[in-house]
Design a binder for this molecule. Structure first.
Ligand code: X2X
Length: 340
């Protein structure tokens, strides 16, 4: 009799327990997060912060582990997006450059001399252009949820200061995975070779290439001066934002509450990472630039007139890629920058 009385409560209790465990069973024991650069690069710091915040805020329900050096795709960073779509990678903090072979719109950030300053980058990522870019990524089965930053990519080399396109003449340059970079450096008279980050450092150290382009924070942490990269020119020609993203099936498996937590954590980790990515190279804080000089780097800042020569030399590349990316999107970006 007693037992019968308590039966409904038991049934309800069992159903609740089942519901909870069925839900937990949908979650993996570990979510693999891919990055190219790990800690202490700002990129790796942002990814680690994301994982940390999510773990804290979900009481460990969602456990993310960061796999740097594009190791989940054997170092081939241009395969990261595809591997995430296939579910080999659950999540990533990825550079717009590395995903641009699959999402053509992402080449926008690599249009030479489109973005003159940090405010322009923010105007794109935080405005209607950013929404369009996220739509394009979503169409390919990936859920984009936030932005971080690798940074303005400055050109370095082991031979001499670069102040005009003529200084790039014949230089062997390591470039990243979008064909747009081949076009830019070819237009400038250099001899570009596409190479993964994994191959870039040894190629610089042995002198197989003369130069490369990457943000100053990357130069700093990778200690590129020890690989002979003495000459740096601050030309701010392109900048690569980073995107926090999740495989669609993984995203769909999260409860609404957890989706909100994972997204908010990406926003917070993004703000943290962007702070690190810009540290020491803003108008009121030049400490990173000074520190690199103290380590032996010879840094050239271009005058407006000198910079214009690089702009002119890459104008045809800009036009060609504007059409490939989508002229409407590029027009929208130009407007967002003008109105910033
Ligand atoms: O390969 C590079 O140069 C790097 C690390 O900046 C990117 O992944 C785009």
């Amino acid at each position: 009799m007693n037992f019968l009385k308590s039966l409904p409560a038991l049934v309800v209790g069992a159903a609740l327990a089942l519901g909870a465990s069925a839900h937990a069973a949908d979650y993996k024991g570990e979510y693999k997060v891919s990055t190219v650069l790990g800690k202490p690069f700002p990129w790796g710091e942002a990814a680690e912060k994301w994982a940390e915040l999510v773990s804290e805020r979900t009481d460990g329900r969602i456990h993310m582990k960061v796999y740097p050096n594009a190791q989940l795709v054997s170092g081939d960073q241009t395969k990261e997006f595809t591997a995430m779509r296939q579910g080999i990678i659950d999540m990533a903090v990825g550079s717009t450059i590395n995903w641009s072979p699959q999402v053509k719109e992402l080449n926008l950030f690599s249009l030479p001399f489109l973005m003159p300053d940090f405010a322009s980058m923010d105007a794109l990522t935080q405005g209607p252009v950013g929404e369009k870019i996220f739509e394009a990524i979503r169409k390919q089965g990936i859920e984009p949820i936030g932005w971080a930053e690798n940074g303005f990519r400055e050109v370095t080399n082991s031979k001499h200061p670069i102040t005009s396109p003529a200084d790039l003449d014949g230089l062997k340059m390591r470039v990243v995975g979008s064909p747009l970079y081949n076009d830019i450096f070819t237009a400038l008279g250099a001899n570009p070779t596409q190479m993964s980050w994994a191959d870039a450092k040894p190629a610089l150290t042995t002198g197989a290439v003369d130069g490369q382009e990457n943000p100053l924070t990357v130069y700093d942490v990778a200690q590129m001066e020890t690989a002979g990269q003495t000459y740096i020119t601050l030309w701010h020609y392109v900048a690569d934002p980073l995107i926090f993203a999740v495989n669609k099936r993984v995203w769909g498996s999260f409860s609404d509450e957890d989706k909100a937590i994972v997204k908010k954590a990406a926003d917070d980790a993004g703000a943290y990472g962007i702070g690190l990515a810009r540290k020491g190279m803003t108008d009121d804080d030049q400490s990173l630039i000074k520190a690199l000089e103290a380590r032996g780097a010879k840094i050239t800042t271009l005058t407006e007139e000198q910079r214009q020569k690089f702009v002119d030399a890459t104008r045809d590349v800009y036009s060609k890629w504007k059409d490939r990316i989508g002229a409407d999107l590029v027009d929208m970006a130009e407007k967002s920058i003008a109105d910033r």
